[in-house]
Write a protein that binds this ligand. Sequence first.
Ligand SMILES: [Zn+2]
Ligand SMILES: [Zn+2]
Ligand SMILES: [Zn+2]
Length: 137
Amino acid sequence: MTEIEKKLNDHSVRPTAMRILIYKYLAEQKIALALLDIETAFTKADRTTLYRTLKTFEEKGIVHQIEDGTGITKYALCEPGCNCEIEQDLHLHFRCNNCNETVCLTEHKIPHINLPDGYVAEDVNLVVTGICEKCSN
Ligand SMILES: [Zn+2]
Ligand SMILES: [Zn+2]
Ligand SMILES: [Zn+2]
């Protein structure tokens, strides 16, 4: 069994050829990808299959969604052991105004956010915009 097959199995996702390819593609990219980017990379696959694959990955905790303010949902692989839990796994995202790429800053967790009494946080989406490392050089 390959490492990817094992990873998918660990998340109770049956490792079909398509899922393996998409996982591999996501792992190779250093940036968050929109459905359109994945469609462009897999021109032979139909859109619904790609979308369903991403949804399955998301439900099983293999990828997380990112709303980076562009109005286009992007996806990136979760770190090993991630449960997408607030105050544990959720990290900052950074969108570059120059190259428009969005990256996960997984080392930088979202800090605790104080809410008024009676409010319960379920998700936090924190995107920093600016100039990325690549563009500032
Ligand atoms: Zn996650
Ligand atoms: Zn940039
Ligand atoms: Zn992320």
